[in-house]
Design a protein around this ligand. Structure first.
Ligand code: PRP
Ligand code: URA
Length: 209
């Protein structure tokens, strides 16, 4: 599969291991999600275009690379994706933020959209969709469908933990989207939760269970 990068970076793996621990507090969990969002964003934005600009240092004039001003939008899938936004925003403070609300039906595991608010010029932006968990892949596939229906052509997707089932589904459904995954886990359990995973990311971020 050409359109997936599994990061397997020691710093990211270490932080994911802390996330998995059921004794990690909600505060620490949120901090870790933000930090991993930043580390993953660093990798996902590796191919941002640069242009050459003349700069005068205290020593001499020089021509050096600066970001070419590509417009970005960070799009979290609510709720859990919200936790990753500040990490990516720290790297690209000028990025706009769009929101897509999705929840999984607990019985059918089918995603349901309940909210969508995107920047008006979203079709012209590089989109970085963020969601800590890629389980069946249903939420990711539908969120990307929605963005494509709004004209988005340049889309990246970041998930901290993914199940093989979800990876297969999203990479096949959207071969033109690049997926950045922190860690690939074993499989899904009978309730659609990732094994070993970290439990329910949204509940752990917001302390709702
Ligand atoms: C979680 C997670 C993903 C989705 C992944 O959200 O944040 O959006 O499940 O599952 P899938 O790959 O099988 O679609 P959830 O629906 O629990 O909503 P929440 O973030 O509001 O808790
Ligand atoms: N959503 C989560 O938050 N965790 C899982 O393991 C699967 C879906």
């Amino acid at each position: 599969m050409d359109n997936i990068t599994v990061l397997n970076h020691p710093l990211i793996m270490h932080k994911i291991s802390l996330l998995r621990d059921k004794n990690t507090s909600s505060k620490q969990f949120r901090e870790l999600i933000e930090e991993i969002g930043m580390l993953m964003g660093f990798e996902a934005l590796r191919d941002l275009p640069v242009e050459m600009r003349e700069i005068e240092t205290p020593i001499s004039k020089t021509v050096q690379p600066v970001l070419a001003g590509k417009k970005l939008a960070i799009v979290p899938i609510l709720r859990a994706g919200l936790g990753m936004v500040s990490g990516v925003q720290a790297l690209v403070p000028a990025a706009r933020v769009g929101h897509i609300g999705m929840y999984r039906d607990e019985e059918t595991l089918e995603p349901h959209e309940y909210f969508c608010k995107l920047p008006p010029d979203v079709a012209n932006r590089l989109i970085v969709v963020v969601d800590p968990m890629l389980a069946t892949g249903g939420s990711a596939v539908d969120a990307i469908n929605l963005l494509k229906a709004r004209g988005c052509k340049n889309i990246k997707f970041m998930a901290i933990i993914a199940a093989p089932e979800g990876i297969r589904k999203v990479t096949e459904a959207h071969p033109d989207v690049h997926f950045y995954i922190g860690c690939q886990d074993e499989k899904l359990n009978e309730n659609g939760y990732i094994i070993p995973g970290l439990g329910d990311a949204g509940d752990r971020i917001f302390g709702t269970k």
